[in-house]
Design a protein around this ligand. Sequence first.
Ligand SMILES: [Fe+2]
Ligand SMILES: [Fe+2]
Length: 176
Amino acid sequence: MSRFHDAVNEQIGREFAASQQYVAIAVHYDGETLPQLAAHFYRQALEERNHAMMLVQYLLDAGAQVVVPGVAAPKIDFGDAVEPVALALEQEKQVTEQIVRLALAAREEGDLVGEQFLHWFLQEQREEVSSMSSLLAVVRRASDSNLLLADEYLARVTVGDQGVDAAAPPAAGGAL
Ligand SMILES: [Fe+2]
Ligand SMILES: [Fe+2]
């Protein structure tokens, strides 16, 4: 197996871990009766799961071995309502760096098909870092007065692409 394919397998684990973290954040907000924030993160959890399954489909198409990983437990305790979104933004920034390293690994091996496959993920990271930054600004502002304002914001404004993207690579078993 190529070093690039090894790295793709590692990224599958990170996308599943991101999905679990977003489930934990969604459950946290659901427990605080902030339903729109909860819904937003349930949706993000599905998106990350779909990212993992897109990487699985890529390896299947490339005839490479797929290693379905276990994941570390997510953080479930949060000090305030801002902390989960700050964590989510930090996570998205890290994933952006991981995807960049992955694309560079493909390039170094002369795997231009692999590099081209990752272009969608780079675009997706630009969108996710941007929308999570906006959400963090809104939640920070609302946390001084009334968090329901942040929840209402999500009911009125579409944040991010809601996972709907016709150009997205196919996910193994179909995207959810
Ligand atoms: Fe992702
Ligand atoms: Fe993401």
